[in-house]
Design a protein around this ligand. Structure first.
Ligand code: FES
Ligand code: FES
Length: 217
């Protein structure tokens, strides 16, 4: 047992625990940060994904003693002003809601954290790049098509926001040349029944790439 000092979502915490304890256990059972979920407990499903120094990592297989000097972000820390009455969702969270990219929601926080990490590295991922990057995140409800759509939509919103902050106020479609941003298609315009058909049609990874690209068109 040791007293461990952790930096989580911009706050400092002190926890008395065995340094070999998983970060997920500390988050959920010591700090009541239960947004990160316990799925497989073996690093295979992604439900427990958090950001450690900006990189997506599985908290179920991360020993808490290895992250005491690092910045940890959980799903609870994504929304701006989450602890105030005027909280604003992160664009990826909002896009998941808008696209209906969840059913039971058990995978969702891990999906969102992995997506946030992806968009930090790649501001305009293609459908196949999203699928490759999110490959280790499992959704037992099979909402993959909507998840890909949500990530592409969030990417567009984040690019537009970033471009606007840099003084580039052209419409998104015109920003390809002015700001280097790629105009996204808007998968949110697909009907719910069309998205449902895409979900049902998913069988293999290749099929998933094909369908996701179809959704993105
Ligand atoms: S619970 Fe951590 S990867 Fe499954
Ligand atoms: S929404 Fe149920 S596991 Fe993904």
């Amino acid at each position: 047992m040791a007293t461990l000092h952790l930096a989580i979502n911009g706050h400092s915490y002190s926890v008395d625990a065995d340094p070999q304890t998983s970060l997920l256990t500390i988050l959920r059972e010591h700090l009541d940060l239960t947004g990160s979920k316990y799925g497989c407990g073996e690093g295979m499903c992604g439900a427990c994904t958090v950001l450690i120094d900006g990189k997506a990592q599985r908290s179920c297989i991360t020993r808490v003693g290895t992250v005491t000097q690092k910045q940890i972000t959980t799903i609870e820390g994504l929304a701006r002003g989450a602890r105030s009455d005027k909280g604003e969702l992160h664009p990826v969270q909002q896009a998941f809601l808008d696209a209906g990219a969840l059913q039971c929601g058990y995978c969702t926080s891990g999906m969102i954290m992995s997506a946030v990490a992806l968009l930090k590295k790649n501001a305009a991922p293609s459908a196949s790049e999203i699928i490759d990057s999110m490959d280790g995140n499992v959704c037992r409800c099979g909402t993959y098509a909507r998840i890909v759509s949500a990530i592409q939509k969030a990417a567009g919103v984040m690019r537009a926001s970033s471009a606007n902050k840099e003084g580039c106020l052209a419409p998104i479609a015109a920003q390809r040349t002015r700001c280097g941003a790629v105009a996204p298609s808007d998968p949110s315009t697909r009907s719910a029944s069309a998205l449902a058909r895409d979900d049902i049609a998913f069988k293999t990874k290749d099929d998933m790439v094909f369908k996701a690209e179809e959704v993105a068109r």
